[in-house]
Design a protein around this ligand. Sequence first.
Ligand SMILES: Cc1cc2nc3c(=O)[nH]c(=O)nc-3n(C[C@H](O)[C@H](O)[C@H](O)COP(=O)(O)O)c2cc1C
Length: 372
Amino acid sequence: MSNKQALLQTYNKENLNLKNRVVMAPMTRSRANNSENKPTGELQGEYYKQRASAGLIITEGSQISKQAVGYINTPGIHSEEQVEGWKEVTQKVHEADGKIFIQLWHVGRMSHPDFHNGELPLAPSAINPNAKSFTSEGLKDTVTPKEMSLKEIKNTIQDFKKAAANAMEAGFDGVEIHSSNGYLLHQFFNETSNHRTDEYGGSIEKRAKILFEVIDAIKEVMPENKIGIRLNPSLNGIFGMTMDEETIPTFDYIVKKLNDYDLAYLHLSEPFNDVSDIPYAETEIAKRYRPVYNGTLMINTNFNQESGNAVLEEGNADLVAFGKPYVSNPDLVERFEQDIDLTEWDQDTFYTPGKEGYLDYPVKSEREASLQ
Ligand SMILES: Cc1cc2nc3c(=O)[nH]c(=O)nc-3n(C[C@H](O)[C@H](O)[C@H](O)COP(=O)(O)O)c2cc1C
């Protein structure tokens, strides 16, 4: 394939200028295994630098507060130490001519009392996702969470805002709000996880309200056009999420309303699993939402070089985010350019500490010296 391929074209919008349309999708790698859950230049900095030829890197989900955590060894963006650690990361990526957004994360009911001195995790409603939580003692059953009070909702919105301010201080090019994959904000959207009867539940508008309040709060501390949003509308049967007849209409409402903002991008996932038998699911996310959303649309899930080029050429997305291919191919962009076969990822080292399965995947292409 020639270098005229769509994935390798630059992307130039007033608010987003990328050297190509290949995005590294956010991926938890659980290597912040220190008492502060702080990233370091030596580990995370090196890892993201190796991948800096991507048009854009989105970091692993990073907890916005102590309360927001739900997996072991994930980095945070709420303490001074963490900000100092991220500074080393962003500096390395920028030196290698890369761009990097941080994903702001609150897991809600996917957490476990083990992370909170025995206290219950917070969620829109007291509904157990009946999933597994990844604790220091291995996978444990999730519990019935505590329904958030209005004060706890307001505090959480402030935590998102503070985390965004911290991200700017740490030198990030932007933030992605993790309102996807069955975590806190997504738990508000779906009626099956949100039984609230106050201003945050009961109708589509009310279930979506918290997302817009989070965006509005973050806008106070950073430019709106550096904020990305992630959504996974057809998530069913994983991360404790179930769809019903209002799920897709809720996402229709959200996506339409996002047009009122001048965001960096909207990041959508195609279904994670086969949802063709689910009556309420949409099987073609990019096709459904491209005509609805006016801004930059990023699409993800199960793309390869061929289907990534195709979705761009068909006009159904502007950018393509690659997850697992980026675990094992630091030079993914150059491999697309130079038609080099991809290296398979090793699932066993997705979440293990240290450099193995993290910094030791081979570079097979010719690439700039700064990235070697
Ligand atoms: C190891 C691993 C960790 C992940 N962690 C996150 C995360 O922190 N935040 C997130 O939004 N998605 C996360 N995901 C989902 C990916 O961003 C992506 O949606 C998924 O891997 C599908 O894309 P792919 O087919 O290109 O891998 C993770 C996926 C993997 C494989």
